[in-house]
Design a binder for this molecule. Structure first.
Ligand code: AMP
Ligand code: MG
Length: 274
């Protein structure tokens, strides 16, 4: 996508102090990538570029990129991983899904498992759900005391600042779909045999809590969009457009990081291979 990614980024980025009223934010995003063919070409090009940049990041091994994906059920987190990082070799990309914490994880503070999964230098880490579940599902379902949850926004900001200060660039994407679109996607999971496995009756309970989730997401977006790690709200009703937008921002960010192959302290001509 090259030079125009900044314009796309400006349209979706939540700055520090910005309001994030989700019902006023478009879930279609037609003006960002009006043309499907163009979006698909852009995605294909960006996915290849992301792989090439990732190779340099790994060779350089001094910094990391962390991509955080959040969004309600069916918002397309898995598909985004497949499309945006599908060209990357498996060696340099680590995808971590965060589900219901197990007993060991619950016995620690909520950031423990998250810190363990943070990408090491040279890696591109992707979180499929994240520490933000601890101010989303946990808040909506009342899984922790309200006062404890209230402290987490600042704790998360502190945690992310610490990661950033230690060489990790953080990109946070919330995939934003409409309630109608979710209905269609859930219905598809019932209708298509090969999609049945994705259907979880609990998703219907969460759907009933749509407004509560919306409010929790808004609090997260407003309170955890820092200068170093702002949120991006991605219009995600169209899968091809969603992936094209995310890929353009990931590529643009990697280009700004500008990783370099390390210079060897020898010349190829110093050696002769017999
Ligand atoms: P899925 O992404 O469909 O595999 O589902 C993962 C489930 O784990 C979702 O229902 C999340 O809400 C849930 N989950 C993730 N993190 C937490 C957490 N910290 N506490 C409780 N539930 C969580
Ligand atoms: Mg699910």
């Amino acid at each position: 996508m090259g030079k125009t990614w900044k314009k796309i980024d400006d349209a979706v980025r939540i700055g520090p102090g910005d309001k994030a009223i989700l019902k006023d934010r478009d879930t279609v995003g037609a003006d960002l990538f009006p043309d499907r063919k163009e979006a698909e070409d852009s995605l294909a090009d960006d996915a290849k570029a992301i792989n090439a940049l990732q190779d340099k990041l790994w060779a350089e091994r001094t910094r990391a990129l962390l991509v955080v994906l959040q969004g309600i059920d069916t918002s397309g987190k898995d598909g985004t991983v497949r499309h945006v990082f599908g060209e990357c070799g498996p060696l340099g990309v680590a995808v971590t899904p965060f589900g219901v914490p197990n007993a060991e994880e619950l016995a620690h503070d909520y950031l423990w498992r998250v810190h363990m999964a943070a990408p090491k230098k040279g890696m591109l880490g992707v979180f499929n759900r994240s520490h933000y579940e601890d101010v989303l599902v946990v808040k909506v379902k009342g899984l922790a005391p309200a006062a404890a949850i209230e402290q987490r926004y600042e704790q998360i900001n502190d945690f992310e600042r610490m990661l950033a200060d230690n060489g990790t660039t953080i990109l946070k994407f919330m995939l934003h779909i409409s309630k109608d679109e979710q209905k269609q996607r859930l219905q598809e999971r019932l209708d298509k045999r090969e999609h049945n496995w994705k259907f979880n009756p609990n998703d219907l309970d969460d759907r009933k809590l749509w407004r509560d989730y919306e409010k929790a997401y808004e609090a997260m977006l407003e309170r955890c969009s820092t200068k170093r790690a702002p949120w991006r709200v991605i219009p995600a009703d169209k899968k091809w457009r969603r992936s094209a937008i995310v890929a353009s921002i990931v590529r643009g960010t990697l280009e700004e990081m500008d990783p370099q192959y390390p210079k060897p302290d020898w010349k190829p001509s110093d050696f002769k291979i017999e």
